[in-house]
Design a protein around this ligand. Structure first.
Ligand SMILES: NC(=O)c1ccc[n+]([C@@H]2O[C@H](COP(=O)([O-])OP(=O)(O)OC[C@H]3O[C@@H](n4cnc5c(N)ncnc54)[C@H](OP(=O)(O)O)[C@@H]3O)[C@@H](O)[C@H]2O)c1
Length: 385
């Protein structure tokens, strides 16, 4: 397994109407081991649907701002398009098609990282988006050390950031990375040095915007004092909400965007699993604390809430969950990751899910009644992950 460095940190415990949405059930049946044949067939069907209907640009109806960077309200996470996360590596050609289909559907924001693969996700993204250079925003991340194609730990020393950006530019086939995040804090390198190095790389024209991933409010403030931070990325969903008590208010105060990773809680909110689900050891969910049978059972009231609201809104559970995230703040841009063309279409449909102020209050009141297990502790928001 070549993602050790990131495993340690990232796997930390850590309008499509419901009636019309047949593909979702098909994939649920196929499970995480969906064969490339099934995926290919589904991709063809999804392509046919796209061609036979007028262009779907739902995703860019209302562009959102991450600092001064303008992006579609929903982006596409490209981590699981390579091996080492939730599924075996799907064929590269299908992932290129998936990314290009997202562009056709109005997505302008794509998320990858040096460590995904390592390097392989940036390669897929770079090849897929080459024809759209200048028309889309590519976000990537630095902050790890590699040896013989394996991730061997955190490293945000200035020389490693300079090495990383050269590699990212080459693999992404671009002249400047639109948004480059520090993926994880490096305890051996002060954040001011990281921000200072990124500042120099921005001045050199190699990076356009600076981002931070999984950092504390204090670290975000310190970095921003040296180099403007455009976006902060952390896990945030209906299930993982502790960042509301620290990081998201700081983003609002300082005019930064907030990019939730894990916006479907790694498909937990898709109503795709239950307390009897078991995951292969290569699937990160095997080590995520909210996927243990005990936590799953304890958190069933959340799934019930999601089901109830999906029915009320006549959308799918994932559409309700992503729509809820979009409704929290105008500077929030979720990046659901999917290798499946039907899921892509479903996820982008979330931009059409609207809530009244009273509905949002009602959902909040219900959430407050649910005691969650296997999620981050309230104090965790104050420390770098
Ligand atoms: N900054 C960080 O530290 C960090 C950490 C993790 C991830 N990320 C980024 O954030 C992105 C998203 O995070 P994530 O992938 O961990 O979590 P996620 O998007 O919540 O979940 C991805 C999982 O959900 C499934 N899924 C997506 N849409 C679905 C749908 N409509 N119905 C059923 N299942 C669905 C996907 O399977 P299918 O492929 O079958 O659709 C995949 O297994 C990643 O791609 C990556 O770019 C960043």
């Amino acid at each position: 397994m070549s993602n050790q460095g990131i495993n340690e940190s990232e796997s930390r415990e850590s309008g499509v109407s419901r009636r019309n949405f047949i593909g979702k059930t098909m994939l649920a049946g196929a499970g995480i081991a969906a064969s490339s044949m099934i995926l290919g067939t589904m991709q063809n069907q999804a392509d046919a649907q796209t061609k036979s209907s007028k262009p779907i640009n739902a995703a860019n109806k209302d562009f959102r701002k991450l600092g001064s960077l303008e992006v579609s309200p929903i982006g596409l996470g490209c981590m699981s398009m390579v091996a080492g996360f939730y599924n075996p590596a799907p064929p590269k050609s299908e992932m290129i098609r998936q990314i290009r289909t997202a562009v056709e559907r109005g997505v302008t924001f794509f998320d990858t990282a040096e460590v995904y693969g390592p390097f392989a996700s940036e390669e897929v993204v770079g090849e897929a988006l080459e024809p759209f250079k200048g028309k889309v925003v590519i976000a990537s991340k630095f902050g790890f050390n590699f040896e013989n194609g394996r991730t061997i730990g955190r490293n945000s020393r200035p020389e490693n950031i300079r090495r990383a950006v050269e590699g990212s530019l080459k693999r992404l086939r671009i002249e400047a990375v639109d948004l480059y995040y520090q993926h994880r804090a490096d305890p051996n390198v002060p954040i001011e040095d990281v921000a200072g190095t990124v500042k120099e790389l921005i001045q050199a024209g190699k990076i356009k915007h600076f981002g931070l991933s999984e950092m504390s409010p204090e670290t975000i403030r310190k970095a921003h004092a040296v180099q403007k931070v455009s976006a902060v990325q952390s896990e945030y969903s209906l299930l993982e909400r502790v960042l509301e008590n620290g990081v998201i208010p700081v983003c609002e105060e300082l005019g930064m965007g907030f990019v939730p990773w894990g916006p479907t809680a790694r498909a937990y909110l898709a109503d795709r699993f239950n307390e009897f689900s078991r995951f292969a050891s290569e699937d990160r969910r095997a080590s995520v604390s909210y996927f243990t049978p005990e936590a799953f059972k304890a958190n069933l009231p959340l799934i019930a809430l999601v089901r109830e609201w999906a029915l009320r809104k006549d959308v799918t559970p994932v559409q309700f969950s992503l729509g809820w995230l979009l409704a929290q703040k105008p500077f929030i841009v979720p990046i659901p990751g999917t290798t499946n063309p039907y899921h892509l279409k479903e996820n982008l449909g979330a931009v059409d899910v609207k809530f009244t102020a009273d509905e949002l209050k009602e959902i909040r009141a219900s959430l407050a009644q649910i005691k969650l297990e296997g999620v981050r502790s309230p104090e965790s928001v104050l420390v770098n992950q």
